[in-house]
Design a protein around this ligand. Structure first.
Ligand SMILES: [Zn+2]
Length: 67
């Protein structure tokens, strides 16, 4: 049990620039390497166009009722 974790990083997170090692989990989104720590923020920004308030959604849904 003397396995030294002494390898070079496998990649660099495209968002924060942190080193990513081969045993770590990352997301590859649209060609961007996103580490676990950046994932939440990245996703939030990625789907920013989908952001709206509950009120806006409510209005949208009621407009769909073409009765
Ligand atoms: Zn990162």
């Amino acid at each position: 049990m003397d396995e030294t974790v002494n390898e070079a990083p496998a990649a660099i997170c495209d968002r924060c620039g942190e080193e990513v090692y081969s045993y770590e989990l990352v997301h590859l989104i649209d060609g961007f390497i996103i580490c676990a720590e950046c994932f939440d923020d990245f996703v939030f920004e990625y789907f920013e166009d989908c952001l709206m308030t509950g009120g806006e959604i409510k209005e949208m849904l009621s407009n769909n009722d073409t009765d």
